[in-house]
Each structure stands twice: as C-alpha cells, then as structure tokens.
Design a protein around this ligand. Structure first.
Ligand SMILES: [Zn+2]
Length: 91
C-alpha cells in the first residue's frame, strides 16, 4: 500500500502538456522538478490510499477531471522558473 497524492500526479501531467507546447522553455530535470515543486506547494494535496501499486493510481487518476487550478499553478510555475532557472544560477 502507499499514499498517492493525486495533486502531484496532476501537476506532472499538466507540466508535460505545458512544456510540450512551449518548446523554447528549458525542460531539463532540474527545471521540471523546480516547476513541479513550486506548483504543488501552491495547491491543496489530494491523497488517496493506493492498494494496488502505481499503475492503478495513474489509471484511476486519468479518469478523474484535473482541477483547473492545477493547470493555472503549473503555468505560473513554468513562467517563474523559466525566467530565472536555478541551474543557471548554480553554475
Ligand atoms: Zn533547465
């Protein structure tokens, strides 16, 4: 068993969509994690108990409507990180 945060799964889902449409934005691992982190911290968690492993949770998640505020927060996070990517500052 595990606890799955649907909000985080939705954030990754939305992030994939947004980055696919904005090819000019860096989508390296560092940037993607920074974006997901920012977005998920601004959203309410939505935990469920998953009895059958990760694949089941993902399939079930896809049948649920992604709340619109998830996409809103992801777009904001992409905008913020892409304007000031952490990986450039650390170099
Ligand atoms: Zn990057």
């Amino acid at each position: 068993m595990e606890l799955v945060n649907y909000t985080l799964l939705w954030v990754w889902e939305a992030l994939d969509k947004v980055l696919k449409e904005k090819k000019e934005i860096c989508s390296c691992e560092q940037c993607r994690y920074d974006m997901a982190c920012l977005a998920v911290n601004n959203l309410k968690p939505n935990y469920v108990v998953n009895r059958q492993g990760g694949v089941y949770a993902r399939t079930k998640m896809l049948s649920q409507q992604m709340p619109t505020d998830v996409l809103t927060e992801v777009v904001k996070a992409v905008d913020k990180v892409s304007k000031n990517p952490y990986h450039f500052r650390e170099d």
